[in-house]
Design a protein around this ligand. Sequence first.
Ligand SMILES: C[S@@+](CC[C@H](N)C(=O)[O-])C[C@H]1O[C@@H](n2cnc3c(N)ncnc32)[C@H](O)[C@@H]1O
Length: 292
Amino acid sequence: MAATMRPLLFDTIRYVESLNLSKKYSPEYENMTMFFDTKLPDILSGIGNGKSINVLGVGSGSGEMDLHIVLKIQAKYPDVPINNEVIEPSSEQLEIYKELLSNTLNLGNITFAWHQKTSSEYEHEVNGEKEIKKFDLIHMIQMIYFVKDVPATIEFFRSCLAPNGKLMIIVLSRTSGWNILFKKHGSRLPTSEMCFDLCSEDVTNVLDSMPVKYATYDLPTDLDITECFTEGNMNGELLLDQVTETCYFSKTAPPDLKELIMEDLKSPELSVKKNGKIFLNTDLEVIVVENQ
Ligand SMILES: C[S@@+](CC[C@H](N)C(=O)[O-])C[C@H]1O[C@@H](n2cnc3c(N)ncnc32)[C@H](O)[C@@H]1O
């Protein structure tokens, strides 16, 4: 009997392997880092009360982007102690994050606190407390697809902002090929219970129904998926798992679905062909919500 499709996230080892490989096939981190270097100092103007700065990363993964952000805050406010908290359910990712910190000099006045749990488990935990801890910056980078109730999650984390605090959500843009793929085929993929078909426009629609001010910024990027089209190529299969969020997609997907997805992945609506390679459009949008 053919194996059934299941979400990539359910196999934590393959998930981390596939996610880490996709980082090598995409300039996403370089592009994000450049965005943080050029735009973050202005975005973060006026956060904190001058005595301390509290930062919360939600779905931080292995922490590369979190670390870059917190070091930018440290550079902007060198005399202010920073408390950086992390919500991340995967113990494998947290281990990599902690190892990254152990190899980083100049953490100085930054302290870290860990919550090995999902965002809803965190919400449940703090809702039982007398006073909800407030943060000057809360960021969710490429994680909001994993929650079940997006409006409630945004509303909850907005309620965790300190005065002048900012909530930064980084999510696929509406025109990204990746979002088009999930909008089209997501209902047949095993993550249909989650929000993998979510894009920046869905987030801003939620925000438009709330009394909030927000700004958006484009963050173009792509993913080299050329090897996905070579049958039996191990890296190609791992990348395809990442693209479809499905564990062993090429072995477990129904043949008709696989054929449709492989066709769509190389269509000009989703990808660009350059120098004999195929690049899936994975453009992002950065949404910065202000606490008013
Ligand atoms: C695509 S990765 C992004 C990681 C990191 N933010 C980055 O940009 O490199 C998504 C992360 O969200 C985590 N995650 C999955 N479900 C989650 C949930 N319900 N709450 C919080 N984090 C979750 C995953 O373990 C994973 O590390």
